[in-house]
Design a protein around this ligand. Sequence first.
Ligand SMILES: Cc1cc2nc3c(=O)[nH]c(=O)nc-3n(C[C@H](O)[C@H](O)[C@H](O)COP(=O)(O)OP(=O)(O)OC[C@H]3O[C@@H](n4cnc5c(N)ncnc54)[C@H](O)[C@@H]3O)c2cc1C
Length: 463
Amino acid sequence: MTVNTTSAVYLQQQMQGRVLTPEDADYEQLRRGWNLTINQYPSLILVAETVEDVVAGVRYARETGLGVAVQSTGHGLQIPANNSLLILTSRLNAIEIDAQARTARMEAGVVWGKVVEKAVPYGLAPLLGSSPHVGVVGYTLGGGIGWLARKYGLAADSVRSIDLVTPDGVLRHTSPTENADLFWGLRGGGGNFGVVTALEVELFPVTSLYGGNLTYSGELAGPALRFYRDWIQTLPDEMTSSIAVLRFPSFPQVPAEMRGKAFVILRAAYVGDDAEGEAYIQQWLDWNPPLSNAFHTLPFSEIATVSNDPVDPAPTFYSNELLDGLSDEAIDVIVQNIITNPTAPLMVTELRHAGGAIARVPADSNAIGNRDAQLYMQMAGMAPTPEIQAAVVAYIQQYKAQLQPYLRGNVYLNFIKGHEATSRVKDAFLPESYKRLMALKAHYDPDLMFRFSYQLVPLPVAE
Ligand SMILES: Cc1cc2nc3c(=O)[nH]c(=O)nc-3n(C[C@H](O)[C@H](O)[C@H](O)COP(=O)(O)OP(=O)(O)OC[C@H]3O[C@@H](n4cnc5c(N)ncnc54)[C@H](O)[C@@H]3O)c2cc1C
């Protein structure tokens, strides 16, 4: 069967949800995700209303030879899903909290903010990341580092079970005792093995924390990075933190008062005794008075205010590297590339302190690699046009070349996209885990139906 209007009608007849062709009025809006740098033209879009819709969609893609792309929010689109069946999960949004078992079961379209809303009344917290608008599935399949990471680990480590429709069109339950091979690979292996329909995760007893952010002028970037490097050596696992150096681009999209201005932002969350958390932050206030200080004791429901991530769809291109430490020379390269160069197309470099609970999980318990890395270094730029995106990509390349002597040569999956979602995937894993993932891929998806996520079998890709 080939993909044409007749076959779209055939698929629609099996659906409670909608099937859209490029001729449909809503196609234009639905083909784009949150990250506007990905310009994709799927052959068909399926807005799933039920798990049965997902099963029918995957079976249809099998019959027609279409690749399958999955999207809940579009925050993490890696590769344009052209000539595909794009399955949108955003309407699958049931959440069940089991307060006694301290778990949440979430359907595939759920975003983290909704889980926080449901869990907080029970005094419980999930391991979300910096933005409540990010989807639970994409985030968790790629690892999931958030403000509780050093205390409780990565989101992927909190997963109890996963339901998914595998490329053969079969709905499977995976857990430590059922389909354990898939359960292992799904936690860290990205969207390579099918469409996840539901995820069950552990929740943690956190009701409030001492958290927030400090902002300094960009002129202090070098000294602040040095202070941060030494400060994190003293921290207990209760403290998860990051430091970002950034220069806002002179784009009209940026508020006039910020255009071209450089800043350093310390972000942190302390889960424990507030006075202890405050004492660690006081060290920064003693070091240098900030331009602004937003640290306070906050209810877990306000966790998103630690990062204040952008909410509206944005054209962002990003990459990352992992580091074992931060030398003076590496700091100089960061400052030169983000702060000193006023025309740098790259906007921000953020270093997140890892370790703690992330590093205590046995290396083979799931697919996540590089548990011993000390710092996750993300670099991002706004890319409102293809020309600017090309400039950001080229700038990242030369930036990384300068940083090369100080890098581990590894990446974190959730912070790569574009050509790196093809070429750098193996650098996210231990060699033996990568081999195991490749074997799983060959077994469950030999035809590479799921080829728009981080590619375990690299294929050529246009940015
Ligand atoms: C503003 C912002 C803040 C972020 N903060 C953090 C952070 O603090 N920590 C962190 O670790 N990451 C963070 N990320 C990265 C984020 O985790 C990834 O981009 C993630 O992929 C987003 O998941 P999503 O479901 O929202 O996005 P989507 O674009 O909808 O999905 C991303 C990918 O996940 C896979 N996927 C999604 N749903 C399914 C499914 N049901 N079945 C199979 N595969 C699926 C697909 O491969 C898809 O391409 C952030 C990203 C943004 C834009």
